[in-house]
Design a protein around this ligand. Sequence first.
Ligand SMILES: Cc1cc2nc3c(=O)[nH]c(=O)nc-3n(C[C@H](O)[C@H](O)[C@H](O)COP(=O)(O)OP(=O)(O)OC[C@H]3O[C@@H](n4cnc5c(N)ncnc54)[C@H](O)[C@@H]3O)c2cc1C
Length: 403
Amino acid sequence: MKEWERIDLSNPTDEHKMLRQMIRDFVKSEVEPQAQEFDRDEKFNIDLFRKLGENGLLGITVPENYGGSGMDSTSVAIVNEELSYSDPGFCLAYLAHAQLMVNNLAYNGNEEQKSRILPKVCSGEWIGCMAMSEPDYGTDVLGMKTSAKKDSDGNWVINGRKMWITNGSIDESGTPADICWLYARTGTDENGRAEISTFIVEGGMNGFHVGQNIEDKLGMRASKTAELVFDNCVVPPENLVGSIGESMIHMMRNLEIERIGLAAMSLGIARRSLHEMNRYATEREAFGKKIRNFGQIQRHIAESWAEYRAMKAYVYETARNTNLSESGNRLDTDGVKLFATTSAKNIADRAIQVMGGYGYVGEYIVERLWRDAKLLEIGGGTLESHQKNITKDLSKNPESIQK
Ligand SMILES: Cc1cc2nc3c(=O)[nH]c(=O)nc-3n(C[C@H](O)[C@H](O)[C@H](O)COP(=O)(O)OP(=O)(O)OC[C@H]3O[C@@H](n4cnc5c(N)ncnc54)[C@H](O)[C@@H]3O)c2cc1C
C-alpha cells in the first residue's frame, strides 16, 4: 500500500488517534451516564465541564505557552464528534467556550489579553461565552444595536441586549459567564456600514448581567442559554480587542472553526443514531422476523449509512483544509455545516422510526439526539445563510467547482 492510500482523514496522525481514544474513554465513563438527567433537568454540568479542562480540551487550539494544547481543526472535529455521540447539549456548552470564546481570543487577542485570560479559560477556572446575536438581529448581524461609546476617561460604555447566548448564564440562578466575547457597534464607516468592534467583558463588571435564562428549549437542554444585558457597562480600554471596527476579521476567522465544530457535532449525532437503529433492527422481531429483513427498514439503515459516510469524509476533509489563523475556507465550512446538520437530523429521525414507540422515549436516546440536531440547522448560521453564502461564493469563484 502506498503512503497516501493509508491516510485516514478522521485520524490522520497518531496524536489524533490518541486524542480520539482518550475522549472516547472519557465520554463512555463520564459523559454518557449523566446525559439524560442533565437534558431532562435543563442543567449545565459545570463539574464535568471543568474536567475537560483537566484533560487539556478547553484550550484545545490554544498554544501551549498559554496553557492550551496547541492542536488543529481536525482535533476540534474529533472532540466535538465524540462528545456529541453521547451528549450534544453538553458539547454545545463546550463549543461556546472553547471555539467561540477561547479560540477567538487565542487568534485575535493581544499579548496582554492572552497571557492574562487564556490560562484561566484553558483550565476551566473561568467559563466563557460569545455574544453576537440580539433580540432583533440574528442573521442580519450587522444591524446590531448594542453600542459602545468612549467616555471622557477613555473607558468604553456599553449599552444593549444580546440574545440566545450559550453559557451567557451558567446556572439556574442566572450567574453570568466569567468572560464574554462581545461584538458591539462603535459607529458607522464612510460607506454607511456598521462599524463593529470586539470587547472582552468580565463577570462582575458594573452593568453586565443576565436578563433572563431562556428555558424550555426543544433541545440542547444541557447547555444554558441566556439573554445578556449591558446597562451602562463600563469596560476599560485594554479590553478592546484589536482596533476599532476590526470585528469582521474576528468573525470571519472564527466562524469557520465554529461551523466545523457544529458539523462535527452532527457527525457524532449521526453515528450514534445509526448505531442505535442498527442494533435495534437486529434485536426486534415482528411477524416472526428480525425487522432488519424488511425492505423499508433496510432503506432507513442503508441511506443513513451512506449519508453518515459522506458527512464524515466532508467534515474531516474540510477540517484538514481549515487553517485556524486565517479565514479562506468559507465555501466548505458553510457547505459542510449545511449538509451535515440536516443529514444528522434525518438520520436521528430514521432511528426513531426504526425503533417505533421505543425510539420516542428518553431512555432510548435517539429522541434527544433528534431534538439536539435541530438546533444545528439554526445556530452558527441558519441553513438559509449557508445557502446564500455558498451561492455568492460560487458566483465569485465558479472555478471552485472544477477543482
Ligand atoms: C440554543 C441556541 C444557542 C445559541 N447560541 C448563541 C451564542 O452562543 N451566541 C450568539 O451570538 N448567538 C447564539 N444563538 C443565536 C443564533 O446564532 C441565531 O438564532 C441565528 O443566527 C438565527 O438568528 P435569529 O434567531 O435571529 O433568526 P433570523 O435571523 O431572524 O431568521 C429567521 C428566519 O429568516 C431567515 N432569513 C433571515 N435572513 C435571510 C435572508 N437574507 N435570506 C433568506 N432567509 C433569511 C433565517 O434563515 C431563518 O429561517 C443561539 C441560538 C440558539 C437557539
